[in-house]
Design a protein around this ligand. Sequence first.
Ligand code: TXA
Ligand code: MG
Length: 320
Amino acid sequence: MAEILAAGEAIERALALLEGGDVVAIPTETVYGLAGDASNGVAVARIFEAKGRPRFNPLIAHVADHGMAYRIAEFDPLSAKLAEAFWPGPLTLVLPQRPENGIHPLVTAGLDTVALRMPRGFGGELIARLGRPLAAPSANSSGRISGTTAQAVAADLGDRIRLVVDGGATPVGVESTILKVEDGKLRLLRPGGIAAEEIEQVAGAKLLRGAKGIEAPGMLASHYAPGASMRLNAQHIVRGEALLAFGRNRAENWRDAVAIRNLSETGDLREAAANLFAAMQALDRSGAKTIAVEPIPFDGLGEAINDRLARAAAPRDKIA
Ligand code: TXA
Ligand code: MG
């Protein structure tokens, strides 16, 4: 069962767990978050595992200050103005990523954008001490409502995580508002803790509403789609294909593959999840027209891995 520690005495323990690649439930002003080091793929895989999420949605990267945010993403003037006005606070901005920004591709599901937020209170202090951003979705198992007290989080996730930091009931109680600037216009991707009217006042313009196709949070096409086509459950390799391997046993004729990445030599699904997006991108860069994928079991994180692969294998006009 997870330990529950008051925020005032939890910081050292939380830091030790995060530095060890583990996850910790922390209070933010919106809802509790299930946090892991955003630069550590195995830590991020553990977040999905603990939530039992059947798919890899992109997560919010939480930062301690504006400097950390500016090192991770490119800020257009309007996004910068909103960050100045509302951070720290319940606002998330979706922005283009800077190269080599340390954000693990499992955080962004391989997208070239990243969702950033600067939380108030314990989370901000913890991130400043860690010196790295924290990936954190709401601290609830998949399909349940977001936890707004440490007790609710412990009751839901307590047998899967080691620490819940108790900061009392979260003051805002709903998730952050998610915004994205597109061609100088501001789009509301998810309504949340800051009212649209408040944002419109600062922005000096109306918000566009309704996610535009591929930008919708949680929608399928918001995920990285490789240029190569994918062939799943491959038992053998056709000359010219690239191979996405898993475990110790190779598909027949595997030496004919033009490029190979193994998601996990030992068949560890957590490691495989952490490697998934980078491996798909690397094989895509090999120029192969087809990526053959060895069978991957469906247990644990295997469900989310297979979900992602099935989307990548679907006909492109179905991914919209
Ligand atoms: O208040 C909150 O936002 C809480 C606390 C813990 O910070 N977090 C939260 O995270 O609600 P989560 O993972 O439950 O929701 C994040 C949303 C998802 O709908 C996801 O699809 C969207 O953000 N998102 C993340 N990255 C994105 C991106 N690059 N483009 C579009 N949407 C993105
Ligand atoms: Mg959530």
